[in-house]
Each structure stands twice: as structure tokens, then as C-alpha cells.
Design a protein around this ligand. Structure first.
Ligand code: PEP
Ligand code: MN
Length: 377
């Protein structure tokens, strides 16, 4: 445990030393939490871009306008964006409405184009942050530029790859870098388009504390009905901001139509969020929370004691099986254990997923302990 904590502290320190990242609260576009990035999935026409931007500017709730012009689509016959022509529309948005503007970049050519048109920010999409070659190319093209860079999580749940992308951009001399959590793709069916796996983003924050963290509930949920809940969850986890796809006419959008909202729906979503502050200096609050936390510590210690005893029994079983020449894995018995525990756990208000996860981990650890004793002479 201690070694692990030490390792984490060292990681944090190393990352901090190496990366010169400007905290998002100090960026000129930041006014308050949540920082809001909004705009259509894709720029489709000058009129659609300008009308969406007009709605967003009038709301006064948006800090950065977004629109994709080079779209990474799954299939080749889907709308792949209007290309460089959209950059002029984005400039017009900034001129007419005073909104800073951003675009997705995936190649060095995209970066040169974005820089040539003086965009305020770029974001690197999930299909690009997964690829170190692309990141190196983008970083080289961005070298020394005065621009904000948002880095979405890679499509697969690999924290090191996400950190690697941040490091590559940071090494190019960019200090205004923030991360966007948009969830991870998975073969398994789930209600969300991309699985959140919140702990990966939370771990990123622990590893690079200065790195701003936003959530993209549009791509995470894949459906506008999930945006409120996912945004609230992000706020409860103290994220700095949100990227929400907004379109003047979502049902006719050329990409991601199910997940886009209108500018007025965006305002409703933002109004519904409850913003809790991460700390308080109210003495009564502090005293109660301290008391509750010490109760948690008691239970956590009890859990560890129970797990220790559990593993001691597993080792005894391991020795016993060894004496009788019996295999470690006995799946019928294990299925029975899980089935009973799920039933019992659900009655206690625990979710079946949680019980499965925790029992799976305990089972693995048991096997490790049994293997250890099986190998003993
Ligand atoms: C986007 O923001 O339009 C986009 C393509 O996102 P992602 O990389 O998260 O799929
Ligand atoms: Mn999209």
C-alpha cells in the first residue's frame, strides 16, 4: 500500500515537473465552472453555423464555439465534413458574435489550416489521440503556437496513451492543454454509446493535477436524453467543464443527430445542473464530514481484515486440495457462490454489477493465493 502511494506521488511529481500546464481557471476564456464548449458536431453550411452560433452567443453561456469540418466517420459513405471552407465560417462566428472558435484536427495539414485561420483552439479526437504517430505529427505542426488544445480520451481505455498524448502536445511548447473525457468504445452492448469508466479520468486528474478536465456527455451517451445525468455526474466529480454538441436543427443534422440539442435546450441543461463545491470552510460541515469519514475508515479497515481472513482460508483450501491432488478451479462451486451473493447483495441494496466485480476480484486474488501454496514444497 505504502509503495503504491509513494509510486503515485512520484508519478504526479514527475508529470508536474515535466509538463508546463496552465491551470484552466487561468485561461482567458474561463469565466466560471463549468467552462462550456458548444456548437454542432459538424459545420454543414454557413447558415447552419451562423444560426447555431447566434443562438449560443445570445444565451451568454458558451465560452468556446466548436464545429467539426474534417469528420472521422466510421463508414466511407457518411458525411465527412465540409473541409477547409468551414474555417471561414468559424472566423465569421468570432467576428460577428465575439465567440472564440475551435475545430478538430487529426493531421498536420489540419493544424496548419487551423493556425493559418487563427483559430483559438483545436481538439484532438478519440480516434487520433489513440495514435502516437498522429500525435507526433500534430505536435510538430503546433510547435510554439499560441493556441488552446483539448485532448479527448483515446477510444480504448488506456490511461497511459491519454497521458502520452498530453505529454506530446506539452513538449511542443503548448501550455493551455485540457483533457476531454468522452468515454471508451466497447464491443459489449450498453445504453451508452461509449462507456464512461469514470475512474480513468479521475486517475488522470490525480496523475496530472493541473490538467483541466471536461466531459463530453454528447459522445459519451450518444443520445440527448443522457446529457443531463452525465453532465451532473461530471460536475459531482468536480470536472472543470463540458463539451455539448449543439445544432440549430438537430433532427436534420448530417452527423450525430440523436445526441445534439438546440441552443435553448443547452441552456435548460446548464440551468438544471447542481454545482457543489469541492470544499467548504463551514466548521459544522467540516466536523460532520470528518466524523463520517472516520466511520468510512473503520469500515474500510474491517473490509481489509475480512479479506485477509478470507485469503487465509483460501490458502488452507489450496494446501488441502494439493494434498488430495485436486485442481484449483472449480467453476460449478464458483457459479453457486456468485449466484447466492448476487441475490443476497441485491436485497441489501447493492447492484448486481458491483457484486460481480467485487467477487471476480476476490476470486482472482484467491486463485493467486492458492497457486502460491500449490507451488510451495
Ligand atoms: C467530435 O467531437 O465531433 C468527435 C468526433 O468526437 P470523438 O473524437 O469524441 O468521437
Ligand atoms: Mn459528433
Amino acid at each position: 500500500m505504502i509503495t503504491y502511494l509513494k509510486m503515485k506521488t512520484q508519478n504526479t511529481v514527475t508529470a508536474k515537473k515535466r509538463l508546463n500546464i496552465s491551470p484552466i481557471e487561468e485561461w482567458p476564456i474561463y469565466k466560471q465552472r463549468p467552462l462550456v464548449i458548444a456548437g454542432p458536431c459538424s459545420a454543414e453550411s454557413e447558415e447552419q453555423v451562423m444560426r447555431t452560433a447566434a443562438g449560443l452567443a445570445a444565451s451568454g453561456r458558451v465560452d468556446l464555439f466548436r464545429a467539426g469540418i474534417w469528420k472521422p466517420r466510421t463508414r466511407p459513405d457518411q458525411f465527412e465534413g465540409v473541409g477547409s471552407m468551414g474555417l471561414a465560417w468559424l472566423r465569421k462566428v468570432r467576428e460577428e458574435y465575439g465567440l472564440p472558435v475551435s475545430v478538430e484536427v487529426a493531421t498536420e495539414k489540419h493544424v496548419y489550416e487551423a493556425l493559418k485561420h487563427g483559430l483559438d483552439a483545436v481538439w484532438i479526437g478519440a480516434r487520433t489521440s489513440v495514435n502516437p504517430f498522429a500525435l507526433n505529427e500534430i505536435a510538430a505542426a503546433l510547435k510554439g503556437a499560441d493556441i488552446m488544445v483539448f485532448i479527448k480520451n483515446p477510444i480504448n481505455p488506456d490511461l497511459e496513451l491519454w497521458i502520452g498524448a498530453v505529454e506530446r502536445i506539452s513538449k511542443a511548447g503548448i501550455s493551455r492543454i485540457a483533457a476531454i473525457h468522452r468515454g471508451f468504445s466497447s464491443w459489449e452492448k450498453s445504453s451508452f454509446r461509449n462507456q464512461p469508466r469514470w475512474q480513468i479520468a479521475v486517475e488522470l486528474r490525480q496523475r496530472i493535477p493541473d490538467l483541466g478536465l471536461l466531459c463530453d456527455p454528447s459522445h459519451m451517451g450518444g443520445d440527448r436524453s443522457f446529457i443531463v445525468d452525465l453532465s451532473q455526474k461530471a460536475m459531482d466529480l468536480n470536472y472543470d467543464g463540458l463539451m455539448i454538441e449543439t445544432h440549430i436543427d438537430p433532427s436534420n443534422a448530417l452527423s450525430d443527430k440523436k445526441q445534439q440539442v438546440t441552443p435553448s435546450e443547452l441552456v435548460e441543461i446548464l440551468d438544471s445542473l447542481i454545482l457543489r463545491s469541492p470544499t467548504s470552510d463551514n466548521p459544522e460541515f467540516l466536523e460532520t464530514i470528518e466524523d463520517l469519514r472516520s466511520q468510512i475508515d473503520v469500515y474500510d479497515n474491517l473490509l481489509l481484515d475480512i479479506l485477509e481472513s478470507r485469503m487465509q482460508v483460501a490458502e488452507t483450501i489450496g494446501r488441502f486440495k494439493k494434498e488430495h491432488n485436486i485442481t484449483i478451479l472449480q467453476s460449478t462451486r464458483w457459479k453457486e457462490v456468485v449466484g447466492n451473493a448476487v441475490e443476497k447483495g441485491v436485497r441489501k441494496g447493492l447492484t448486481p454489477e458491483f457484486i460481480h466485480t467485487i467477487l471476480e476480484a476476490i476470486h482472482q486474488e484467491s486463485i493467486t493465493h492458492q497457486m502460491k501454496v500449490m507451488k510451495e514444497d
